[in-house]
Design a protein around this ligand. Structure first.
Ligand SMILES: Nc1ncnc2c1ncn2[C@@H]1O[C@H](COP(=O)(O)OP(=O)(O)OP(=O)(O)O)[C@@H](O)[C@H]1O
Ligand SMILES: [Mg+2]
Length: 349
C-alpha cells in the first residue's frame, strides 16, 4: 500500500483552562492525496479550525497539548523543529482564511505583501518577486495586475482581496492548501467565482486541498471526500457523492436539512438542527449528539446516552465511516428523514 500524501492519525488538541481541559479536537484521523479535496464540515465550535491550525503548527509555543501524528509526504509535522515548521508553513503548506482583511496588513500594498511572502522562501531580487507577484495576480483574475499590484488592501473589493490572498497562498507552489471558510464573508455570486477559481488552480498546481466550511453546499461542489465533525470528533467520513446520498449519521441528516440544494430537491425545506453543541469541558458520556438527536429512542437501553459509539464502517459503500448506534440508518433516512426534507425527491423515485 502506498503512503497517503497527508495522513492525520488520532490527532488531539487539548487546551488546559482554569475550568478544566477543553478537548477541542479529540482523536481525528483522515488521509488526503495530492490533487484531491477534503471537505471538513461541522457547526461552529466543532474543532475545524483548531484541527487545521495543528497541521500548520500554529499551536506551538502555546499551552495547547497536541498529540497523534500528522504525516505530510512521510514527515511527521508534530515531531519536526520549529525552524523546519516555519520553513514549511507558507511554502509547502499554505492557508487561506475567511477574512482577508485580517490576514493582510493595511499599511502595505497588496503587491508588497505577496512579494514578501515569496521572498521569505526564495532568494530573489525585489524586481523578480514583483514580476512573479503580477503573474500571480493575473492568474487569480485580478484585472490590470500591473496597476493593481500597488493598491492597498482597502482599495480592493472583498472578492478581489480573497483572490489576492489566494495568490499569496499559492505563490510558493504549496503541496497542501488549507482554506478555512474561504467564501463565508462573500456574497453568493462572488462565492461561486472564488470556488471556481480554487478548483481551476488546484488542477494547475496539483495540490492537496482541505476546505473547511459549515456549508454542505460548498462541500458538494468542491470536495472528493468529506469529514463531518461534531464536538471535536469525526462523526461521519466518506466519499462526498455517496455520503451525501446515503448519510447514516443523524447529525449529517441535520446538516443536510439545513442546505436544501444538496439533496437536489428544489422544494426542500430548511430545517435547522434544534439545540446547541455540548460543552467541550464536560462532554456527554455517550454520543455527543445524543441530547439533540431525534432518533435516539430507536436505540434500545439508553445506549446513546451511556456509550460513545466507535467510528465504524457504514453499510452501503467502501471507505464510509460513521459514529452512531442506529442499526438501520439507511431505512430511517429513506422513510423518515428524506420525505421530511425533500418530498419531491422521494416522489420522483
Ligand atoms: N486557545 C483556546 N483555549 C480554549 N479553548 C479553545 C481555544 N481555541 C479554541 N478553543 C475552543 O475549541 C473549540 C473548537 O474551536 P474551533 O475554532 O476549532 O471551531 P470551528 O469548528 O472552527 O468553529 P467556527 O465554525 O466557528 O470557525 C471551541 O469550543 C473553542 O472555544
Ligand atoms: Mg473555524
Amino acid at each position: 500500500m502506498t503512503t497517503p500524501f497527508l495522513s492525520v492519525q488520532d490527532l488531539k488538541v487539548h487546551f488546559p483552562t482554569a475550568d478544566g481541559i477543553v478537548k477541542a479536537t479529540d482523536g481525528l484521523s483522515f488521509t488526503l492525496e495530492k490533487g484531491k479535496t477534503l471537505g471538513i464540515v461541522g457547526e461552529s465550535g466543532s474543532g475545524k479550525s483548531v484541527s487545521s491550525s495543528a497541521i500548520l503548527g500554529l499551536h506551538r509555543g502555546t499551552s495547547a497539548i497536541v498529540s497523534g501524528s500528522i504525516l505530510l509526504d512521510g514527515v511527521d509535522l508534530l515531531s519536526i523543529g520549529d525552524e523546519e515548521m516555519r520553513r514549511k508553513r507558507g511554502s509547502e503548506i499554505a492557508m487561506i482564511f475567511q477574512d482577508p482583511l485580517s490576514a493582510m496588513h493595511p499599511y502595505y500594498t497588496v503587491g508588497n505583501q505577496i512579494a514578501e511572502a515569496y521572498r521569505v522562501h526564495h532568494s530573489v531580487s525585489k524586481k523578480a518577486a514583483r514580476t512573479r507577484t503580477i503573474e500571480m495576480l493575473d492568474r487569480v483574475g485580478i484585472p490590470q495586475p500591473n496597476r493593481r499590484v500597488d493598491d492597498y488592501p482597502h482599495q480592493f473589493s472583498g472578492g478581489m482581496r480573497q483572490r489576492a490572498m489566494i495568490a499569496m497562498a499559492l505563490i510558493n507552489n504549496p503541496s497542501l492548501l488549507i482554506a478555512d471558510e474561504p467564501t463565508t464573508a462573500l456574497d453568493v455570486t462572488v462565492q461561486a467565482q472564488i470556488l471556481d477559481l480554487l478548483q481551476d488552480l488546484q488542477r494547475d498546481f496539483d495540490a492537496a486541498v482541505m476546505i473547511i466550511t459549515h456549508d454542505l453546499g460548498v462541500v458538494a461542489e468542491m470536495a472528493d471526500d468529506v469529514l463531518v465533525m461534531y464536538a471535536g470528533r469525526a462523526v461521519e467520513y466518506g466519499a462526498t457523492k455517496e455520503l451525501l446520498t446515503h448519510p447514516e449519521m443523524p447529525y449529517t441528516w441535520g446538516l443536510l436539512s439545513s442546505v436544501p440544494d444538496v439533496t437536489g430537491d428544489t422544494s426542500a425545506k430548511l430545517v435547522p438542527i434544534p439545540g446547541n453543541p455540548p460543552s467541550l469541558l464536560d462532554p456527554p458520556r455517550g454520543c455527543a449528539f445524543e441530547p439533540r438527536c431525534a432518533h435516539r429512542d430507536k436505540v434500545p437501553g439508553n445506549l446513546c446516552r451511556t456509550t460513545l459509539p466507535d467510528l465504524v464502517p457504514g453499510t452501503r459503500y467502501e471507505g464510509h465511516l460513521k459514529r452512531c448506534h442506529l442499526t438501520n440508518p439507511d431505512a430511517v433516512y429513506e422513510t423518515e428523514v428524506l420525505p421530511e426534507i425533500a418530498p419531491d425527491l422521494v416522489e420522483n423515485r
